[in-house]
Ligand binder design. Sequence first.
Ligand code: TRP
Length: 450
Amino acid sequence: MLSQQETKREQWGSRIGFILACLGSAVGLGNVWRFSTTAGENGGGAFILVYLLIILFIGIPVVMAEFTIGRKSQSDAVGSFQKLAPGKPWFIAGFLGVAASFIILSFYGVVAGWVMKYFFGYLTGSLVNVPENDFTGYFVSFIGKTAEPIIWQFIFMALTVGIVVVGVKKGIEAANKVLMPLLGVLLIILAIYSLTLGGAKEGLTFLFSPDWSKLADPHLYLAALGQAFFSLSLGMGALITYGSYLSKENKLPTAALSVGALDTLVALTAGILIFPAVFAFGLDPAGGAGLVFMTLPNVFDQMPLGAVAGAAFFFLLFAAALTSAVSLLEVAVAYFMRKFSWGRKQAVLIIGSIIFVLGIPSSLSQGAVPITIMGKDFLTFMDELSGNVFLPLGGLIIALFIGWGWKKTDALRDSDLGDTLIGNIWIWCVRILAPVGILLIFLNKIGIVG
Ligand code: TRP
């Protein structure tokens, strides 16, 4: 039943190209913007502890599961399940994933647009000469405008569309190889600098010394779970899709581990950059979605060559966001191309346009028009709906699929782990630990257990 299209699927150029593309997908606004917002709102240290445990015992095992499914099936998020388990309902996870890709990219494009605005702000000097260094005022008045943020969002989406049209290998793989290491180096330099600004002690205490009483809040666990899935690009078939462009000779476990470890390292480094500055400049760590945009300009303002550093930082964050956005779009594109036999160009243009329009309410909800759902502005609502509901639910089904839908011997073989200690720990994680963990966090949150 292999169609022409499937036998001719695109492939990564190299193993390292695959790892970098997955890393490019993982490292994005999630590590800097969303991580600092979520960690800040959930009290810091205790959140981070739970986050790290979830990455290790739920996140990385589910990354392995997605890679295994994708490489085995050589198909997209929905097709993978239909091919490997015809007639069974597992493919629902794929549909959730495609839906999540629309939701996430819609608001992701808005925030990435803010990042672009800040990059140009440093290039042109408008962020260097902000009156009285009121960066909070600058940010709030910018996102409260009607047209300007939407124009930036449009530019960002157009760039994403442009890359996905060209195809996976030449566009994304090439850019990632240069830009991701640069981002890492700049983050480290800035983090060290931020530690000299006077808020180091408070910032580090906030991040790394847990306030145990916070562990009583059920929302903390859901927020950490959602953040782990969001940051690892997990639970919506992005890594299934990327794994499907991999040939059988490539080994999966080291790839999963490197992606998990490096993504987490980037998030923690961003935290070490942001939180000392939050305290040094007297901001509120629970300040919400604007934290990064209100904090970092203060750091650049104090720094020698701050305008250059600011431009470089927001450029690299933009690049990181772009490689993540590309993976979000690719999930939907790969599915629609197969399902409706669309060409790549047609699929990318149609889906990209729909997602752009879907993002407009998120943009407007930041001050121009009060669009709220369940007491949250539309952007935050979409963010939490996708991160805290769709992704963990998708991850739950994916874990169950490998853990219970596959024979253990097949799963061990197809994941390259083999019948080893690590292999058996992995099976145990996807069979029991991850599903039970995710379910308990859901039930705890709605007050059924705990
Ligand atoms: N992981 C990306 C980030 O941290 C966002 C992202 C890209 C994503 N692809 C995804 C999130 C797939 C969930 C699923 O910014």
